[in-house]
Design a protein around this ligand. Structure first.
Ligand code: KIV
Length: 296
């Protein structure tokens, strides 16, 4: 019998079917009010990076609340030596891929699109144009790096209805200026500057703040001072409102040596989904990060 073009496939589509949406009971779409409720009841927020449809859907099915389409894709997907070479078009492509994957499984995750190097540095207007590209690709929020000079840009975007996640501490787009991937905010004056910038970003309307490679005591103090802006730590200790890791790192498929703040959640698991679920469970029950191993 010859096959017809409209024959209905009997066992899934080719090239990988997406996982069904999370079996967790009563999961509602993640939103800013829901994140605030989680924070209020002391529940840690979980975030992972994802750059394509399938991994985003798997992360959602594993219970991850926030998916960051990070410009770390420059390193883990494109093979670049830093995030500096990532373009806005690339971020648009990956954001749209992630969003399509999530939509296909009626997923609930909150999607953050990372504004790449050079796409928001020139002016507030340039930042708005770039942020619009990622929002129109389906992101719920954009992320940008830096404090002080970014404050007015954050205010400008938030006033125009674009939720913003800021990023302080080790800001990878400025790795050359920082002299490498080093801990930031060490010492009284550096810690004070970080705290001041964090408060300014909250006052400007940022509703999330990634703190990367910041001493645990400093990020815990910042978290207490930011009731309206949820701190998400990566190498910043357990005192933040939530945690984020780069997916490839936590799955143990990083080509180089993992940084100290990473735990390989694939160990002892038989699937990517279970590894991600183990990450969610460990963040929620406070066993990850362990400040004696993963923090400064
Ligand atoms: O680009 C990225 O993945 C990030 C995380 C490291 C927070 O900014």
């Amino acid at each position: 019998m010859s096959q017809t073009n409209n024959e209905t496939p009997t066992s899934g589509t080719p090239y990988g079917t997406l996982p069904s949406a999370s079996p967790l009971p009563q999961r509602k779409p993640v939103s800013l009010p829901r994140l605030a409720e989680m924070r209020e009841r002391g529940e840690k927020i979980t975030m992972l990076t994802a750059y394509d449809a399938t991994f985003a859907a798997v992360a959602d099915a594993a219970g991850v609340e926030c998916i960051l389409v990070g410009d770390s894709l420059g390193m883990v997907c494109q093979g670049l030596s830093s995030t500096v070479g990532v373009s806005l078009e690339t971020m648009q492509y990956h954001t749209a891929s992630v969003v399509r994957g999530l939509q296909r499984v009626q997923a609930t995750a909150w999607v953050i699109g990372d504004l790449p190097f050079g796409s928001y540095h020139e002016s507030k207007e340039q930042a708005l144009r770039s942020a619009s590209v990622l929002m129109q690709a389906g992101a719920h929020m954009v992320k940008l790096e830096g404090g002080g000079w970014t404050t007015e840009t954050v205010r400008f975007l938030v006033e125009r209805g674009i939720p913003v996640c800021a990023h302080l501490g080790l800001t990878p787009q400025t790795v050359h200026a920082l002299g490498g991937y080093r801990v930031q905010g060490r010492g009284d004056s550096a810690a004070l500057l970080l705290k001041r910038q964090a408060i300014e970003l909250q006052d400007a309307g940022a509703s999330m703040l990634v703190l990367e490679m910041v001493p645990a005591t400093v990020s815990a103090e910042i978290t207490v001072q930011l009731p309206l802006c949820h701190t998400i730590g990566i190498g910043a200790g357990k005192g933040t409102a939530g945690q984020v890791l780069v997916m490839h790192d936590m799955l143990g498929i990083n080509l180089g040596k993992n940084p100290k703040f990473v735990r390989n959640f694939m160990e002892g698991q038989n699937s990517v989904r279970n590894a991600m679920a183990a990450y969610v469970a460990a963040v929620k029950d406070g066993s990850f990060p362990d400040d004696s191993l993963h923090a400064w």
